[in-house]
Design a protein around this ligand. Structure first.
Ligand code: ATP
Length: 293
């Protein structure tokens, strides 16, 4: 085998709580992660040239060492002592800098793909310990599905799968700096924290309605003040039948949870027509890997 193609799935946060700031600058979090059936595709081919080259359909993305795909490939080679070359084609569908962990997922999929291409036999746990060197969300992107993510994001526990539903994504045309959001997050007594245990309880009962009622993201306390468009999208999604609507990660993408496909399709049509909310609009579903890594 000289070549392999792997999918890199987007994620949303059904719940996102920040517990404390750590002295090393990271934050301890408690997040409920859910992967989506929206993915990039990464094709990795062996080459005789002794270098890693990346090409992508998005001209504004780095195609050098700054691309997380490059970081993952060079880390994998270094760890295994491989000195070979690769050409990697990255077809992006996941919106960039959107709170959907696109780059982290590309890095995770690159590790999974290389493990197969080189018959390296690294376990999921071994891949996750490489993954955390690239970024806090990368270990989750190795396992995917519904999971509780703690620590800085690297302590993962599988959760009962999210009940099936349709998920509408709208990414407003703004850029939100993750650094800014975390720096401006107030963690004093005035802030109400999402009830992560209640969400886990609803997942255990496969109760989509209670899950939707309890879903919350503490980072919205910063972004909604700064970017009212996020609230406008949430309100419109709910008006169009979403059980709830929430910002994912540090934003700016907003997702709406629809209990049936027809409602979700109507909402999709609305947002496609009213592009001032955001030009990137997707209708998708939760995704669970058939064969978890
Ligand atoms: P997160 O949800 O983990 O905060 P995000 O969705 O907000 O991630 P990404 O799409 O992962 O953000 O990209 C953030 C930055 O990383 C971009 O500005 C981009 O230049 C850089 N980057 C490097 N490699 C990639 C990649 N493979 N895909 C997307 N962005 C990448």
């Amino acid at each position: 085998m000289n070549s392999i193609s792997v999918n890199a799935y987007a994620k949303i946060n059904l719940g996102l709580d920040v517990l404390r700031r750590r002295p090393d600058g990271y934050h301890d979090v408690s997040m409920i992660m859910q992967s989506l059936d929206l993915h990039d595709t990464i094709t990795i081919s062996k080459t005789d040239l002794k270098e890693i080259t990346i090409s992508t359909n998005l001209p504004y993305l780095p195609s050098n060492q700054d691309n997380l795909v490059y970081k993952a490939a060079s880390l994998f080679f270094k760890t295994l002592g491989i000195e070979e070359g690769l050409t990697i084609t990255l077809e992006k569908k996941i919106p960039v800098a959107a709170g959907l962990a696109g780059g982290s997922s590309d890095a995770a999929a690159t590790l999974i793909g290389l493990n197969q291409l080189y018959h390296a036999g690294r376990s999921s746990e071994e891949l996750k310990s490489l993954a955390v060197k690239i970024g806090a969300d990368v270990p989750y992107c190795i396992t995917l599905g519904t999971a509780l993510s703690q620590g800085i994001g690297e302590v993962l526990s599988p959760l009962p799968p999210m009940p099936s539903c349709s998920i509408l994504l709208v990414k407003p045309d703004i850029s939100v700096s993750t650094k800014y959001v975390y720096e401006h997050l107030k963690l004093d007594a005035s802030v109400s924290h999402p009830d992560i245990p209640a969400m886990i309880e609803a997942l255990s009962r496969r109760d989509l309605y209670t899950l939707a009622k309890t879903m919350d993201n503490i980072l919205q306390t910063v972004t909604i003040k700064e970017y009212p468009i996020i609230s406008d999208i949430k309100d419109k999604m709910k008006e169009l039948g979403a059980l709830t609507a929430l910002m994912s990660g540090s934003g700016p993408t907003v997702f709406g949870i629809y209990p049936n496909r027809n409602l979700a399709k109507k909402a999709l049509a609305y947002f496609r027509l009213h592009q001032h909310y955001g030009k990137q609009v997707f209708l998708t579903n939760p995704y669970w890997p058939a064969d978890p890594a």
